[in-house]
Design a protein around this ligand. Structure first.
Ligand SMILES: [Zn+2]
Length: 198
């Protein structure tokens, strides 16, 4: 017996989420059926809104409702430092620490020959454009300590250094393979303070 089409479609949609298999998707679909209609409507609106109302900041690549984003527009931030991360959620993690007051650049990915992701597939060109601003003195590369994150850091370093800008990398208080988004605030702060030139 097959599920009625609305349920089958919902199961199929849930299965598109990472880490969700058939069993979990089916459970979520039936949970949705049991939810109050207003909650389901709010859920559907939230899904549509993240695609319709969020954009990438044209300066730093972070997700934002307004362009440029709040951080890029903030005149009180230190414009001499740009901290480069892989994903918007890494910016959230750094901001929670409340100790970093410079700017960010979000690559929205990482170089990965295995997955066919090259420099033109991630947000590198706009980073190089930002370096023309004479206020920029240091680029802190805070990609994750994975093979791809390290390779991306080295690639960026080779591109940026000839411009006479200091390039640093977060200290390895973050263990190999660990993600910035999961690091606690003290570890993250130590990693920023202990950054070394590459
Ligand atoms: Zn921005």
């Amino acid at each position: 017996m097959q599920y009625p089409e609305p349920i089958a479609k919902l199961i199929e949609s849930y299965m598109r989420l990472p880490g969700i298999g058939m069993k979990t998707a089916t459970r979520l679909a039936f949970t949705t059926i049991d939810m109050r209609e207003e909650d389901v409507n709010a859920f559907a609106r939230a899904l549509i809104s993240v695609k319709r109302d969020l954009h990438f900041c044209s300066v730093c690549g972070n997700i934002t409702e307004e362009d440029p984003c709040e951080i890029c527009q903030d005149k009180t931030r230190d414009r001499s430092t740009i901290l480069v991360v892989e994903e918007p959620k890494d910016v959230m993690a750094m901001e929670k620490m409340k100790e970093y007051h410079g700017l960010y650049h979000v690559l929205n990915g990482v170089l990965s020959p295995m997955e066919g992701t090259g420099p033109e597939d991630i947000n590198i060109e706009s980073l190089l454009k930002r370096l023309h601003d004479p206020a920029v003195k240091e680029v802190i590369i805070a990609t994750n300590a994975t093979a791809e994150g390290e390779a991306t850091a080295m690639y960026l370093s080779r591109l940026i250094k000839p411009a006479g800008i200091k390039v640093t990398r977060l200290a390895h208080g973050l263990s190999v393979g660990s993600d910035i988004e999961y690091a606690d605030e003290v570890t993250l702060l130590k990693a920023v303070e202990g950054r070394r030139e590459i």
